[in-house]
Design a protein around this ligand. Structure first.
Ligand code: FEO
Length: 170
């Protein structure tokens, strides 16, 4: 059964994915503006913003397919005053953000079990896998940034290589 509780939880999550997309977008724009030579990093962030939008769409379509109606879009979609002291700070924030998203997915999985909604439980396994990979990816990028941030040659190579960093499940 597709309960009201589940529907509310999934709608909340689709808004979190939209917010993630906006966050990656704002970060991409900041890097493009403040570090214009680092187009590998800004492209990575722009691409990932698109990925997050796909995560949102997947939720919308699932809710509608189950007989619900994905009508609740964000109260607040605008991310303003984006500024970071460093690339390390930016990627640290991203890593923390992904960890929060993982906790929210875990709570939804728990809710699906409480509500005995095994269709939703099964649907959410895609997001569980995704979050394992996203956390690992952002953690790896953060550790590399910490290594090279003060080293111009290292940063140049990092910017060149980041286009090859993918989620393992893609
Ligand atoms: Fe769709 Fe990065 O969580």
């Amino acid at each position: 059964m597709f309960s009201e509780k589940i529907q509310i939880g999934l709608k909340k999550q689709l808004n979190r994915e939209l917010e993630s997309s906006q966050l990656y977008l704002s970060m991409a724009s900041w890097v493009e503006c403040k570090h214009e030579s680092l187009e590998g990093i800004s492209n990575f962030l722009y691409d990932h913003s698109d990925e997050e939008r796909k995560h949102m769409l997947k939720l919308i379509r699932y809710i509608n397919k189950r007989g619900g109606y994905a009508d609740a879009f964000m109260e607040k979609t605008i991310i303003e005053n984006v500024s970071y002291n460093s690339l390390k700070e930016l990627f640290q924030k991203l890593f923390e953000h992904e960890k929060i998203i993982s906790e929210e997915i875990n709570s939804l999985v728990e809710l699906s079990l409480q509500e005995r909604d095994y269709f939703t439980y099964n649907f959410l396994q895609w997001y569980v896998e995704e979050q394992i990979e996203e956390e690992a990816l952002t953690k790896m990028i953060l550790s590399k940034i910490k290594l090279v941030e003060k080293d111009k040659a290292g940063l140049y190579l990092f910017d060149r290589d980041i286009k090859n960093f993918h989620l393992n499940r893609e």
